[in-house]
Design a protein around this ligand. Sequence first.
Ligand code: FAD
Length: 461
Amino acid sequence: TPQIVWLRRDLRLADQPALYAAAQMGPVVPVFVLDDAAAGDHAYGGASRWWLHHSLASFAADLAKHHSKIVLRRGHAAEQLAALSKELGGAPVHAIRHYEPWWRKVQGALAKQVDLQLYDGNYLLPPGAVTTGSGTPYKIYTPFSKAVLEQLPPRDVLPVPDTLSAPPKWPDSDDLDGWNLLPTKPDWAGGLADFWHVGEAAAHDRLEEWKDHVSDYDEARNLPSKDGSSRLSPHLHWGEISPVQVWHALKGRRGQGWATYEKELIWRDYAQNVICQFPKYGVEPYREGYDGNFWRSPERGHLIADDLEAWQRGRTGYPIVDAGMRQLWQTGWMHNRVRMITASFMIKHLLIDWTYGERWFWDCLVDADYGNNSVNWQWTSGTGVDSNMFVRIMAPLGQSEKFNAAAYIREYVPELTHLKDAVIHDPEEHGCRPADYPAKIIAHREARERALSTYRAMKGE
Ligand code: FAD
């Protein structure tokens, strides 16, 4: 019997446990279902759709080299797969397990209709592999990471299957171009195309380059002006490469750079562990008190729309914040240190509910990931499971100087390219703000006071 391999964000041939297992059992029918409804508000954002198009095209080309192809279907994922299984005489469905709440629902519904075989494959260790002494999942990152480190190495890497034999007759498939995943009017994706090479081969090329740089990671990763991080995040998110492959490729690079990098890969595992326990982590705060009454909100007469737009478009008057937001818009990615600065600015300086920022990142990031995005937004806002506190307010201008962001600002804020290092972090303060660059939308001290007094009021102090 033909074996269906259901692909989601695991678009690779190597180290793909579902594909590997299916290939040992019979002819393989790889399938991708575009289900726009399952994820509700977390349906693919614009940048994700762009990446998905290119990733599917690249995966189809790789399959063609193995005389195979991908069947594209659109609609309710469980219904489409159940129908296809029936069409193929009751074919089993093999898939890597995913943990987003909507995928867990679809997996549950599908398992009632077909022989569904789920495999672990997109994390160093599957969520649930490490638990506390009393058998419960970890809530906090540090003990979680210690427990993971004790259990590593991860499983071995699986090879590309030797053969992918074709079914006697290929089921019908949609045409990828007909899905209109790419933007047309306007086509805003030029910057993304300049910045990224999409697909499994590109992911491995990037990993090869990164091997020579991981030893500097500990120092370089915080400097936005340097290419000091791996930029593997979209490849990892879409599963064009697995963290297990990355781990094995880099483990020989001993030293602090690798040790710090390994911990970041564990953050990725941790985020899945969190959304498994708290499926609504991407839509509501874990801690009490941070409801609609805490934030400035249109419902309570606050005019946040202008502030939000200034933040989204990179026109806040804070050069580091604006550089970050424009990098996001232009390339679909933002440096991690600057993600923290921009998120903190929206939450604490503008006092806007973190879920607005989560939504914007969701739409704009090529690595938009329900687990990683929500865990980091809730971490930054102090509303999450960890002990980070709302009252730890980042000073964007100080951060910009400390991490030497001058070259980064010049790259993404053309109005400021002529300014010297000494003044570029805060041109307004130095009296050299160009006329075409906005004034600060709120002063740092005033914003800080507003955030702290709002917090004190919430605590009843
Ligand atoms: P590297 O520094 O090279 O790290 C290697 C890999 O480790 C990354 O590719 C990523 O998979 C993982 N990783 C690194 N840092 C983190 C982290 N803090 N949390 C979880 N995993 C991490 N990352 C996403 O993949 N998707 C998101 O939607 C996302 N949203 C974020 C939102 C905010 C507000 C913040 C502060 C961070 C967010 N991150 C997100 C985490 C981090 O910024 C990115 O993973 C990182 O910048 C990607 O670049 P890189 O591949 O060069 O990372």
